[in-house]
Each structure stands twice: as C-alpha cells, then as structure tokens.
Design a protein around this ligand. Structure first.
Ligand SMILES: Cc1cc2nc3c(=O)[nH]c(=O)nc-3n(C[C@H](O)[C@H](O)[C@H](O)COP(=O)(O)OP(=O)(O)OC[C@H]3O[C@@H](n4cnc5c(N)ncnc54)[C@H](O)[C@@H]3O)c2cc1C
Length: 416
C-alpha cells in the first residue's frame, strides 16, 4: 500500500504514476478540493478562475509529458512570441521565444551591440562554480537587463536583488538548450491539468480521502502511524509513504527530516471581467499573455476567455496594500497592456493573494532544500521545495512526484 499525503500537483502526479504501475494507493488531501496552489476557484461573477496564473515552458519536460499523456496539450496556447510592453517608455515590442531570441531581446533599445556582450553573457551562463551573486548583480551589464530582471522575478518569485544568480542561470540554460517556447491553457489549469489528473487517479483506483494529517509517528527509521485528529492508521510492514505537502507543513509533520522553511514570498493575482469595457470581438483579438517590463507592480497580463488576469511576483509591497489599491494597480496594468482608456475604472474583479506562494530563491534558502530521501526508510518527500536544479515551479512539483512514484514502484517490486 502506498499512502500519499497531499493532493497538490506533486501528490496527484505521484498517486497517478504509482496507480498506473498497479500499486494500491490512498491519497489524503486536507482541502475539499485537490490541486493545492494550482487549484481552481469558483467565483459567482467570474466563473472558474485559477488560484495562480501559471505559465509553463516547453523546456519543462515532465510537465509537457504529463499534459501530453493527459491529452490536454492541444487545449493550451503554444506561445512562440510574447508581446512585451516597456512600462517606462510605453513602447510595445515582441519577445520571440526561439532560443537565441531570449538572449538578444527585442525590447526597444535592447539589441546586442557586439560579440563581446554575447561572449560575456555566455560566460556568465556557463560558469560552473558561481560566486554566490544575485541576479541583479549578474545582469547589471547585460543589454536586455530589464527583461531579465522581470523574468527572474517571476520565475524565482524573489526580488532580483536577493535571488540566486546560479538558479536563474540554471533556468536560462534549460531554455537555451531545450526551448523557450511557453504554454498557457486556453481556459485554466483546472481544466487541462488538475481535473484530468484527478480523473486519471480515479480511473487507476486511487482512493482519495478528504482528511488533514495532523501528526506522523515514527520509531527508529520507520514511519509507524499517520494521525488525523482523533483517528490513527498504522503503517504496515512493506507500506510506503510519500509526503507531498508544502515545506512548512512537511517540517511541522517531520521536523527530524525536514528543516524549517525559509522565508516565502507572496504572489498577487488580479482577475477582471473585460466584458464591461470591451466588446466580444475586441476581447477575442487580445493576446493570451503580455509581459510588462520596467513595471513597478505587475509582470504579466493574461487573457483567458473574457477574463484578464495579472500576476505580481515577490509582491510583498502590493500584498500589504488595501484591496482597493491592489485592484487599481492591477487594473492599470491591464489597461496599459490592452490599450484600454485611462478613464475606465476597474470592472468586476477578484484579487487573490497567496501569502506563501513559494520559498525565497536566495542562495541561503536553496542550500536548505531537503533531499527527497529521508532517514525514514519508508518515506519519500515530494513537492516543489525538494532539492533539485529547478526553482519552485509546477515542473519541480510534477518531477518530484514522478520520482517519488518511481521509488515506490521499485520498493514494491523488491517486496514481491
Ligand atoms: C499564485 C501562484 C502563481 C504561480 N505561478 C507559477 C507559474 O507561472 N509557473 C510555475 O511553474 N509555477 C508557478 N507557481 C508555483 C506552483 O503553483 C507550485 O510550485 C506547485 O503548485 C506546488 O505543488 P506542490 O504539489 O508541491 O504543493 P501544493 O500545491 O502546495 O500542494 C500541497 C497539498 O498538500 C495539502 N496539504 C497540506 N497540508 C496537509 C496535511 N497536513 N494533510 C493533508 N494534506 C495537506 C494542501 O492542501 C495541498 O493540496 C505559482 C504558485 C502560486 C501560488
């Protein structure tokens, strides 16, 4: 029997993979609705919206394979070029997502001025033993600095002045070696990822239980019990456990194996109903994603159906503001990106703040990431925070879930 605790992307992926391999799987999820930070929220006026606006790169091979196997990749936009608005100058450019275009940059004034700069950037990206510098320090002489500052902030969800240059280099290397093409769902991640994964788990006979794990009891090197308030289940000899909860929860449940979670940063998303301000044809003509460079508060404006959604990463300052100010700031970004008249006030909207969206990708925090293997022989960790060369993203979560399932399959084979 495999027990999976946590029904976010890592837990669902692990449960599905293990179920496909014929393991008997039980999944425990604290919330009535699985999906974790990638869950869907039902809104009276806006319909279904994503908790977060997720953008996934084609270089994220686990995510691509997952979407392909679920058969939902065709329900995503494949972005080979993304419009970019330079908020400082008001000029609109376009970032092609071909590998080399990312380095060259197509921002106004962002073209490379010579081979020396290409060499410098290549050198920065290839350095193996990086001095622990920040992203802001690394890109200070790069010609398309503003674009990299915005990308690093959103990929690492950390202010570039603190974010690890090594982690950003790892991301850029992936984009350059594999692909910088991006994917976003036409309607939402609930539709293309979470709902199909739940369905796939159900089809594989995964038992899903809505219950919060309150404690884990262990003896020597074995986990012995999973507790849910007043109820307890025993872990039998040969059973395995995948702990796929967020970092803070994992530390609370297994303080011996998981170090305390470092600082986390918030992400603020604003969702706006465009139907009150634009007609259907004008809405349909808007791009699915627009990037904002040199903008104070917002990095991306998405358009899904008739909803415009903004993303502000490492958004401590914005998160601390009053809801009305947050809506105003996010709406101004939508207006700028979509060329909507200044006089129009925010239409029906919802602001969602995820206070602890992902951990701060500083050198110090990255060094704390725990390995998936713990000193308990029958437990594996899964989740976006588990040690890997990836930042805390959907790819990191899905990959760690898949690897944990591989461990469970191997373990189960040995028992036979
Ligand atoms: C607003 C926002 C925007 C983002 N944008 C992007 C993006 O553009 N691209 C990208 O790749 N990534 C993005 N991310 C990051 C991505 O969402 C996460 O990395 C990923 O969803 C983490 O999945 P997980 O399974 O590791 O954890 P979670 O999604 O947190 O899942 C953990 C699950 O465990 C459950 N749980 C917790 N405690 C218990 C308990 N005691 N008992 C039982 N169950 C428990 C929770 O309810 C939850 O369902 C974003 C995140 C946010 C919040």
């Amino acid at each position: 029997m495999l027990h999976v605790i946590g029904g976010g992307l890592a837990g669902l992926t692990a449960a599905w993979e293990a179920g496909r391999a014929g393991l008997a799987v039980t999944l425990y999820e604290a919330s009535p609705q699985p999906g974790g930070r990638c869950r869907t929220l039902a809104q009276a006026q806006l319909g279904e919206i994503d908790n977060g606006n997720h953008l996934v790169m084609q270089a994220n091979t686990t995510m691509m394979a997952l979407l392909q196997r679920l058969g939902t990749l065709p329900d995503c936009y494949r972005l080979t070029a993304i419009p970019l608005l330079d908020a400082a100058t008001g000029r609109i450019g376009q970032q092609k997502t071909g590998r080399w275009h990312l380095l060259r940059g197509h921002l106004p004034g962002g073209s490379l001025s010579g081979w020396r700069q290409i060499w410098q950037i290549g050198y920065d990206l290839c350095r193996r033993k990086n001095a622990p510098i920040t992203v802001a320090e690394m890109v200070k002489d790069w010609p398309n600095r503003a674009l990299h500052l915005m990308l690093a902030r959103s990929v690492l969800n950390t202010p570039p002045e603190a974010a690890s240059a090594g982690m950003y280099q790892a991301v850029l290397r992936q984009l350059l070696l594999k692909s910088a093409v991006a994917y976003v769902p036409r309607h939402g991640w609930g539709e293309v990822l979470i709902a199909p994964l739940i369905h796939a788990c159900d089809q594989q006979g995964v038992r899903r239980i809505h219950a919060r794990v309150t404690a884990l009891n262990w003896q020597k090197n074995q986990l012995r019990q999973i507790c849910f308030g007043n109820e307890t289940i025993n872990i039998e000899q040969g059973d395995q456990v995948i702990l796929a909860v967020p970092w803070g929860q994992a530390h609370r449940l297994l303080p011996e194996a998981v170090p305390p979670a470092p600082m986390h940063h918030s992400i603020v998303n604003g969702h706006f109903d465009l139907r009150a301000v634009l007609d259907a044809a004008a809405i349909a003509a808007l791009p699915p994603v627009t990037g904002l460079v040199n903008d104070d508060g917002v990095e991306w404006v998405f358009r899904r159906g008739w909803i415009a959604s903004t993303t502000s990463s490492a958004a401590g300052e914005l998160a601390a503001r009053h809801r009305i100010q947050q809506a105003e700031i996010c709406w101004q970004a939508v207006r700028r990106a979509f060329g909507i008249a200044n006089s129009i006030t925010p239409p029906t909207h919802r602001i969602i703040t995820e206070k602890r969206a992902t951990f701060s990708a500083t050198e110090a925090a990255l060094a704390l990431r725990p390995a998936a293997a713990t000193r308990l022989h029958n437990v594996r960790l899964a989740g976006d925070y588990v040690q890997s060369a990836l930042p805390a993203t959907l790819e990191a979560a899905a990959r760690s879930g898949r690897l944990a399932a591989c461990w469970a399959k191997k373990h189960a084979k040995r028992q036979v």
